[in-house]
Design a binder for this molecule. Structure first.
Ligand SMILES: [Zn+2]
Ligand SMILES: [Zn+2]
Length: 342
């Protein structure tokens, strides 16, 4: 009987992963209303609508844009949703996702643990959840985040060219920050977003859209359902790689790259990937455990790994040699599987 139960729960899990719908979304973008971006809320929302996104947050600096005031034109898809939000912009920036009103931002303190906690609380009071934004600009140390309660999301990959996701001589990568937080027992998930300000001029050096996004698994496309799914880690993040299968089970992760959809994403003229100096072109899948240790690397488009470690996450790299000889990397990141009861 026990074996039967295990077998049937596996089938349910597998069915769930294929049947539930994936929704492509961006949680972070700016408009003219902040004074340093170039397009109106209508133009920005229209761009995401026309490029196949399923949801968008117009996360303006300390301004609440009511989605019902933003009018789209042409034939409007019914699978496009605008989730209300704001970028709470104080000494630390965070996206207030799915809030019903303006969230205050004016609390200042040298202690940034207090600042983040205050933003989390204020966002909660307005009915939403917090995504901590671009933690490498300015740098937030792991120790400043350990004590924060009810923070489940942070930007692992912010596509703005100045946000130093991969670290530099002065700071470790956002991946290292994630490892440190997970090592300390936090339950926290990695988000990819655009943080774009420019829709009128296009170049690799500009903060244009279409370079970082999340794929959220939810049966329903509503603000509450998407927000809840993200806060529970029911999503993966991407800077170009699309997955056909993602199973984050009890003690294992199984992934399969969707080659066709990934090629379609990479054909975008807005997506440049990360420039790297060395490595062979191809796709490889890394399983990462405590201390940031790479537990296993598999070349190819699919992999499964069962773990005995406290947690494990998976990063998929697709490396391409361009016509000009340069090497570019595109990624997908799954959320961690936790086996230590958190
Ligand atoms: Zn910001
Ligand atoms: Zn921003």
């Amino acid at each position: 009987m026990k074996a039967f139960l295990h077998f049937s729960s596996f089938i349910l899990l597998a069915n769930f992963s294929f049947a539930a719908t994936w929704h492509k979304g961006n949680t972070h973008v700016h408009t003219k209303l902040c004074g340093h971006a170039d397009s109106t809320p209508e133009v920005v929302a229209q761009w995401y609508h026309d490029h196949g996104y399923n949801f968008l947050i117009l996360s303006e600096h300390n301004k609440y844009i009511d989605p019902t005031t933003v009018k789209l034109s042409g034939e409007i898809r019914d699978d496009f949703l605008m989730i209300p939000g704001e970028e709470v912009t104080g000494p630390v920036h965070s996206t207030a996702m799915n809030v019903s009103r303006l969230v205050p931002w004016d609390f200042k303190d040298k202690n940034r643990t207090k600042v983040v906690q205050w933003q989390v609380e204020q966002t909660k009071k307005a009915g939403g959840i917090t995504i901590l934004n671009h933690p490498n600009a300015p740098i937030i140390r792991p120790a400043e985040l350990y004590p924060v309660k009810d923070l489940y999301l942070f930007e692992l990959y912010n596509a703005h060219p100045h946000t130093k996701n991969f670290g530099d001589a002065h700071r470790p990568s956002t991946s290292s920050l994630w490892n440190a937080l997970l090592d300390k027992g936090m339950t926290i998930y990695g988000v990819a977003s655009d943080d774009s300000h420019k829709f009128a001029r296009w170049d690799e050096k500009y903060d244009n859209p279409g370079r970082g996004w999340v794929m959220v698994r939810s049966d329903e496309l509503s603000s509450d359902a998407i927000t809840l799914a993200m806060n529970k880690g029911e999503f993966y993040s991407s800077s170009g790689v699309i997955l056909k299968k993602v199973i984050v089970g009890k003690n294992r992760i199984e992934v399969q790259v969707d080659e066709k959809e990934t090629s379609r994403e990479l054909a975008s003229k807005f997506l440049f990937g990360r420039s790297v100096k060395k490595g062979k072109p191809g796709t490889f899948i890394e399983f990462i455990g405590p201390g940031g240790e790479v537990l296993e690397t598999i070349s190819g488009n699919e992999a499964t790994r069962v773990t005995k470690e406290d947690y494990m996450r998976c990063m998929i790299t697709h490396r391409v040699k361009k016509e000009d000889g340069s090497l570019r990397e595109y990624y997908a990141w799954t959320q961690p599987v936790f086996t230590d009861g958190r």
